[in-house]
Design a protein around this ligand. Sequence first.
Ligand code: SF4
Length: 482
Amino acid sequence: MNNTELDNKNPWEGLHEECGVFGMYDLSGGDVASTIYYGLFALQHRGQESCGIAVSETDGPKGKVTTHKDMGLVNEVFTGKTLEQMKGDIGVGHVRYSTAGASTRENAQPLVLNYVKGTLGLAHNGNLINARELRHDLEYTGAIFQTTIDSEVIAYHIARERLESKSAEEAVVRACRKIKGAYSLVVMSPRKLIGARDPFGFKPLCIGKRDNAYIITSETCALETIGAEFVRDVLPGEVVAITPDGQISSDCSLCLPQEKEARCIFEYIYFARPDSHIDGVSVYASRIKAGRFLAMDSPVDADLVVGVPESGNAAALGYALESGIPYGTAFVKNSYVGRTFIKPKQSSRESSVRVKLNVLREAVNGKRVIMIDDSIVRGTTSDRIVKMLRDAGATEVHVRISSPPFLWPCYFGTDIPEREQLIAYNRTIDDICKVIGADSLGYLEIRRLEELSEGLPICKGCFTGKYPLEPPKEDIRGDFER
Ligand code: SF4
């Protein structure tokens, strides 16, 4: 991931996606755990704090689920032996970064719930805005929660609704009527794999197929990784179920008129992998376009265009293509900085930014450089990167940002903080430019955002303060213990 802001939780990145989900049902009865592992591996960019897989046999006893989850990266949590022991032809997997609920092992997903109809496995990407009320109601009617995440509220609701419903998918639809906010879910019932996407379509979700197995997952890059073909996107508001006869059933009773949909534009700008397509739109092409728009709307004379890796790279290429200024590589990124890395102390000579990113002096020395990044959150790192370029001999540093300035927080699964912490709050672009020490600064214009999603309706709440859903009165992000 690109954004190199510092925060308390992770010293190198300011913005985080909440999670990635991957569900699979092999109708031929083959084991799915190792394929889910590779799927999660392809989704690692969506969450690096914890991960897990739950599998079950559809022809075995209802309620027998094998789960393995822990803190850490996919390749830290699973070994070949662990996966071998996970027998089952249906399963769900999850990678997590916590924007709601503490970063603990208990809060790792998938969640597995035993109830009278069998066992439910659930993996969730997104953030609910009415989880607090729903949890309160559930607690007052006897529910005992094992975690502090809003996903458990969803799991409980599905389990309760199942008692009144003819099928597991109907229970999911009924639960989805009660929850509000952003969610892309994969749910494993004893005999079915179910996927659900919230009516606004904040988070992506798609269906794939490999031989006689179906997959429901966050991004198409995970399908390609496991050699599956893309079948289609799950529509905003749609609940799909893969049934034992190999059919995909669909319920669109929660779908909104298309103009009300509100995809998170940050999936295109930053979160998703560039080789993914979301709702038919290439993430890579969106980023190239963002760079082209920056070159049209914020031109500047320079010798070299560089991107802050990774997501800044495609936008930098777009800028170069549009402006005719050569594209180059200025940064070497250390990709091996994991969750357990010890953050250097304030006094330490090793800076967090330098540990993650270093400048190629030969590339920038004596040059006027345009540096493209995807966003500036607090601004605490941009100044360091600008300084690194200058220290390496760049004669001018012009910063271009492939999103508009953040002015408002996000309540739907992205950890954009309160307004007071945002560098753009109460500052002009000139002020921000001075703070980060650049020669000039330009942001993507808001009017350009819809063009990134090829006209598909998007959420712009963090730029405009106008959210597709009424934001909660109190900040519900964080865990329920607060
Ligand atoms: S407020 Fe911003 S980050 Fe949050 S869902 Fe909307 S576009 Fe995405």
